[in-house]
Write a protein that binds this ligand. Structure first.
Ligand SMILES: C[S@@+](CC[C@H](N)C(=O)[O-])C[C@H]1O[C@@H](n2cnc3c(N)ncnc32)[C@H](O)[C@@H]1O
Length: 419
């Protein structure tokens, strides 16, 4: 009996769950790429906010809108103040003592139950049910204001533009003198849904979205996956929404950063449901981060198929995917040129001077990593060191080469509200 109690207790903490690894909602790419890249872009704003709150002898209050199962809590609390040097402990931007309260709001009871199961035991978390389609609910606005109004993974795509304007205007009215606001939509021009690019920009466009990617490929056709509408958006369209909300609330909203999340590894790359030419990249990218699993690196190469009438987008994707391919091919060459008897590289392909700077940096780092660890005969350094490093390097290319205009699965805006 005591062991049942012990296991039940451990399960109840939410910390006993298996990370889903190669497939599923909380796969490796979500944890090591998407959540991390979001944290890296949020870092400067969070650092400034925490510093100011500390000076005022105040702590941070967070509202997570459309919190689902509450994973925003981990995402935010795991943001670090900087990329730590090798001898440093990783320091959180928001340390536990600086958090006053994290409140998650969502319409879905099942997800809220899961959030309670995962995070409800933490004393500073609270989850409430609420429908945000008419703006912030009274239950939220009657309470003290928040310093961070956060959304993640496409939550704003659930709303029509006039609803988004109302939510943002309500946030502006509720916010204190200074707050950060992050809004997250689906990008209009992800390669995953190239078949939908032609929809005119002068109208709000909602795609029929299916969460089919959580099923293994062989099961996808057998399941009747429900579809629901999600708004695809560009940066210019977001700016219009923000301007309108600013006008309606009489508040200044300063854009700090726009970023495209998941250009290379959007969820629907593997399903091909909205573009049959998509390479199945998510699974091999997940495999890069999986310990003791070797990845067929050739499966990371992208044969981009342009869409006529979209020269500007085609030019971007050609440059982006060719840079990724060049890094992958360089890695393959270095691995095949590594002499395991002499413990060195017997041939190093040239890094050409006109390559984009982030690509040159990534290639140079990859060479040094392979030279540095290639000789280690235990612990499968290819699977456990070199492949994750390739994953982080592809992530770096995505972060450094992107325009932040809607060319990824997600388009995120980070703003500062100042009164
Ligand atoms: C794409 S999910 C994001 C979930 C979570 N933030 C995450 O990072 O995984 C969008 C969330 O918005 C919630 N949502 C949709 N419409 C809503 C509404 N009208 N009011 C409140 N939440 C809503 C959904 O239930 C879902 O949990």
């Amino acid at each position: 009996m005591s062991e049942k109690k012990a296991y039940t207790q451990a399960h109840g903490t939410g910390k006993y769950d298996k990370a889903t690894g190669l497939l599923g909602k909380y796969d490796n790419v979500r944890r090591f790429w998407e959540d991390q890249i979001t944290g890296i872009f949020l870092r400067p704003a969070l650092n400034n906010l925490v510093e100011e709150k500390r000076r005022r002898l105040e702590r941070i209050r967070i509202l997570d809108l459309g919190c689902g199962s509450g994973e925003g809590y981990d995402l935010l609390m795991d943001v670090t103040t900087k990329d730590p040097a090798i001898y440093e402990y990783i320091t959180s931007a928001i340390t536990q003592d600086m958090l006053q309260e994290y409140v998650g709001v969502d319409i879905n009871e099942d997800l809220l139950r899961q959030a309670e199961e995962y995070y409800g035991h933490l004393p500073k978390t609270r989850f409430v049910q609420g429908d945000l389609s008419n703006g912030l609910t009274p239950e939220l606005t009657e309470k003290p204001p928040f310093d961070v109004y956060f959304t993640s993974f496409g939550t704003f795509s659930h709303f029509h533009d006039h609803q988004s304007v109302k939510i943002i205007a309500d946030i502006c009215k509720h916010a204190p003198e200074r707050a950060i606001f992050m809004c997250d939509w689906l990008g209009r021009y992800s390669y995953e849904w190239q078949d939908l690019w032609h929809h005119p920009l002068d109208k709000e466009y909602f795609m029929d979205y299916r969460i089919s990617y959580i099923y293994p490929e062989e099961e996808r056709d057998k399941v009747d996956v429900a579809s629901f509408p999600l708004r695809l958006i560009t940066r210019d369209e977001i700016i219009k929404i923000i301007d309108q909300a600013s006008k309606e609330s009489g508040t200044k909203i300063k854009p700090l950063k726009f970023f495209d999340r998941s250009i290379y590894i959007g969820r629907h790359m593997d399903t091909g449901e909205y573009n049959a030419n998509c390479p199945k990249l998510r699974l091999p990218a997940n495999s890069l981060f999986e310990g003791y699993v070797r990845t067929d690196l050739e499966s990371l190469l992208v044969d981009y198929v342009p869409r006529s009438g979209f020269d500007h987008l085609n030019n971007f994707f050609e440059m982006f995917f060719m840079s990724c391919n060049t890094l992958v091919q360089y890695t393959i060459s270095l691995l095949s040129n590594y002499d395991s008897k002499k413990n060195n590289l017997n041939d190093i392909p040239e890094i050409l001077p006109y390559y984009p700077v982030p690509l040159k940096e990534a290639m140079e780092a990859m060479r040094r990593v392979i030279e540095g660890v290639g000789w280690v005969p235990w612990g499968d350094v290819r699977a456990n060191v070199i492949e994750p490093h390739l994953g982080y390097s592809l992530r770096k290319l995505e972060a450094d080469l992107q325009p932040g205009t809607g060319v990824g699965h997600g388009l995120v805006g980070i703003f500062e509200i100042r009164k």
